[in-house]
Design a protein around this ligand. Structure first.
Ligand code: 0RA
Length: 196
């Protein structure tokens, strides 16, 4: 295959990189801080997307797993994030949700919290601040998977299996140790927020 040239970069790619760099340069603008609070905020951003899916009536189970290695896995049984091509970016809706900042940071834009149709707003921020991020969409009878590092897709969305009877969005991330000085999730902190 021919080597990538600068002309292979579309305006959309450049927008993605500028977005990621902004988040990594000033993480506190997006998650408040990079201490313990900011760290736990990453989990809330991801779980809130599954909660939105539950509130919309499509999901009745969300599993949250804190792993020994500092990563977190969230699994819901909703519709699965759409994987069709997004008209504006030319990429899958999944990659678009995971790599574009499609609204301002939470701490400079309160508006989006109350507007509808904003699934996945925080996922791109969490992705940008994670050394590893993966998502599997169970939808249309198939399991689709994409992986990222520090917000950049490592490859295209691939079909990795079949999911005849189930749908949902398992996803997981490891916070970037270059951003977070201490990675130690507290069950009690997370459980209290989820009860609320
Ligand atoms: C269908 C349509 C849309 C989102 C989802 C399903 C969906 C998103 C997430 C995020 C985590 N789990 C999910 N499960 C389903 C897009 C609808 C919109 O943009 O409002």
């Amino acid at each position: 295959m021919a080597k990538a040239t600068p002309s292979d970069y579309t305006a959309a790619d450049i927008q993605v990189l500028e977005g990621l760099e902004a988040v990594r340069r000033r993480p506190s603008m997006y998650i408040g801080s990079t201490d313990d609070r900011g760290l736990h905020h990453l989990v809330y951003e991801i779980v809130d997307n599954s909660i939105d899916e539950a509130m919309a009536g499509f999901c009745d189970r969300i599993d949250i797993n804190i792993k020994e290695d500092g990563s977190v896995v969230v699994v819901d049984n909703g519709r699965g994030i759409p994987i069709d091509t997004h008209p504006r970016t030319g990429k899958s809706a999944l990659e678009t949700v995971m790599t574009y900042l499609h609204a301002g940071g939470k701490f400079d834009n309160q508006a989006y919290k109350v507007s509808g149709g904003l699934h996945g707003v925080g996922a791109a921020v969490v992705n940008a601040l994670s050394s590893e991020f993966w998502v599997e969409v169970r939808r249309d009878g198939k399991v689709h998977r994409q992986e990222y590092a520090r917000g950049k897709a490592l490859g295209p969305v691939k079909v990795v299996g079949n999911s005849a009877k189930t749908s949902g969005t398992p996803n997981g991330f490891h916070p970037d140790p270059d951003i977070f000085p201490e990675i130690d999730f507290d069950f009690g902190t997370l459980a209290q927020r989820f009860r609320e």
